[in-house]
Design a protein around this ligand. Structure first.
Ligand code: SF4
Length: 280
């Protein structure tokens, strides 16, 4: 593990409007979770969030849309947003996370200033039909291949604690290794009572072991990022994630849940003598 920690911030520029049935996702319209739902976040608000992320030391800023994939309208919205942020916050490295995407769509994003694309495999190919029936794992894998072919930086990981077996976790990590992502975000399922999945039953020690396992099975990834569910999963043992192989975190709020104050994460890094990455 290096001492340089990459900080990323995520911005839900469209929220809670997805028709897919991913069982872990409160943004699906099917489960009626009590979350904010809107089509397009106002650009002023996005710029404000981007500036706040930059001022807190984030290098990555991820534009997320809640939908199965891009369509003409959402592609235009993400591209416009990327062009504006490139001018307003040139220090930030723009990432898009917009579901399944063709190579052509990805090239359009790239032209608009997007540097990396995040598309998670979520879980293993074997377990996927148990958590989603409206699209296939193979489609997800294909989008990741498209990202590589389009020459964008691939960010791909998954979620632990959905009820998958240990073998299924290994299977997902092996599939990720084949895709050779630069960054692997790992999420820990954060239960929402509107969802039918059972709460995540992982212990803190098991979760730390999973970070280690990710590092071991995806050894060429520059970054292992602990993303959603960090506070809930690790509580007052969050600082241990770094000794177990993580070198990147999401700061600020998540897509539908609140993160802790950015200042607390910055204090944690300082107390561990870890520095914040200023470049990739
Ligand atoms: S496709 Fe994405 S936004 Fe839609 S339900 Fe699945 S995880 Fe949620």
């Amino acid at each position: 593990m290096g001492n340089n920690i990459f900080l990323c911030s995520i911005c839900n520029i469209n929220s809670g409007t997805c028709n897919e049935d991913c069982k872990f996702c409160s943004q699906s319209v099917r489960y009626k979770a009590d979350i904010a739902r809107y089509k397009q976040k106002p650009i002023e608000e996005i710029i404000k969030e981007a500036k706040s992320a930059r001022d807190s030391g984030a290098l990555g800023f991820c534009l997320v849309t809640a939908d199965k994939g891009l369509n003409e309208k959402s592609l235009e919205f993400v591209c416009n947003t990327a062009r504006i942020l490139t001018k307003e916050t040139p220090e930030l490295r723009l990432i898009a996370c917009n579901g399944t995407a063709t190579k052509e769509q990805l090239l359009t994003l790239k032209k608009a200033g997007i540097k990396a694309y995040n598309h998670n495999l979520e879980t293993s190919r074997e377990f996927y039909p148990q958590i989603c029936t409206t699209h296939s794992w193979d489609e997800r894998f294909e989008t990741c291949q498209n990202v590589n072919e389009a020459g964008l930086v691939l960010i791909s990981g998954g979620i632990f604690g959905l009820g998958e077996s240990h073998e299924e976790r290994i299977s997902m990590l092996k599939a990720l290794e084949l895709l050779n992502p630069t960054s692997v975000p790992i999420n820990f399922y954060h239960h929402n009572e509107a969802l039918e999945l059972k709460p995540n039953s992982l212990s803190v020690n098991e979760a730390l072991e999973l970070i280690k396992l990710t590092r071991k099975l995806v050894p060429n990834a520059m970054r292992i990022m602990v993303a959603g569910g960090r506070e809930l999963m690790f509580g007052d043992r969050q600082s241990e994630i770094f000794a177990n192989g993580a070198n990147s975190i999401v700061i600020g709020d998540y897509l539908t849940t609140s993160g802790r104050a950015k200042s607390r994460d910055l204090e944690m890094l300082k107390s561990l003598n870890l520095t914040i990455a200023k470049s990739v």
